[in-house]
Design a protein around this ligand. Sequence first.
Ligand SMILES: [Fe+2]
Length: 440
Amino acid sequence: MKRLGLAIACFVLVCSAACTSLATQRKPYATRRDAEAAGRIQAASPVSPTAEPSAVPTTATSAIAARLQITHGPYLQAPLETGMTIVWLTNKNCVSKVEYGTSTGAELTAFSAQHGLIEANTTLHRVRISGLVPGTKYYYRVVSTEILDFGPYKVIFGETVKSEYFSFTTLNGKKESFSFVVLNDRHEKVAPFQLALNSIRWQGIDLVFLNGDMLSHVKNEQQMLKGVVEPCVGSFAKTIPFLYIRGNHDARGYSARMLINYFPTESQRYYYSFNHGRVHFIVLDSGEDKEDSSKEYSGLVDFDRYREEETKWLKKDVQRNDCKKAMFRVAFVHIPPGTKGNGHGAQYVHENWDPLFRVGKVDLLICAHTHRYARKPPQEGKQSYPTVIGDTNTVIRMDVCDGLMNATVTKDDGTVADRFTVEKKRRFWNRLFPKSHTRP
Ligand SMILES: [Fe+2]
């Protein structure tokens, strides 16, 4: 009897193992076409933030261990009048898409493809939605399907996870009034960064600028997620886009080369311009602060040539019609312009970009880097525009309306540290009655 019992137990174990093997090999769609077909069915199904298991778990423990999750995001990047990039991360390698539309019916689908290949088998997902209508509210949700096995001729898919629906509004160059905020130099200090984000009244804010050095150097993915992504997603970034402007510290460390994957721009460059609310925004990357030959960089930087490339671009940008016709021109540079002795990067900005800001009639330059709040009015014969430099614990809020940019600078706890106004330049009247463009 004992032998018979042992034999039955062995038989049950073998059957169980076989069933498990079959279950894990079960696939929701064996080809991309099948996956797309399934995606269309899912798009019509009710909103569900939970995963849809396709393989039968053997035990509760393995089901939890195997659960596909969206671990970070989604968050909005690279906003334009006609486009938006959605970024999110999963705990397993997936192929992903965004379902979006002007209602939660999600009638449209976007996915990421390069060189004819759909992005797949990754935990970091970036999908650019283009062809959007300016100033329009869109609803979106992200969808990721696990890839169990990526064979050369057969890919085996696993479960699918969907986010809730969120919404964003595309930029609009003609919008009459809007607000934006600027934070900088947080250097991975999550608690005060979170405190500052909590102090912001988000109503009316369309853009958030992180003006560099949000990290002290770029070590790995976890550090970027903990120091920047998590606080932003928790506060605003599912519905309001943020722009990560590179500071000198963001260019340090091995993973600095991956920074743009997590904070992508439309051009995939760190310097660009765009329009919103009758403002032409110019974003520049001042690079490292010291000479390329400095021993700290171990011969692995090439910022002199890079800044020259930016200068060529800036010369063209300040001549563009949208720059000339904008009510305001606002430029962002992490390192403020400095004269000799203030550092190599600062000197380059002073000698090369400052004259172009004058040509482009920049109305306000927003900088960071010094860890000391400062506001400099225009200087007759030197600098034709005001400069504001954010501190490590300031939030600069700009409310743009009726030909004015009203700035309120607060500390992390929300107490007001400074206020100033930038007026629309009235060039004829300014010549007759010269006065400062800023007033306290
Ligand atoms: Fe800096």
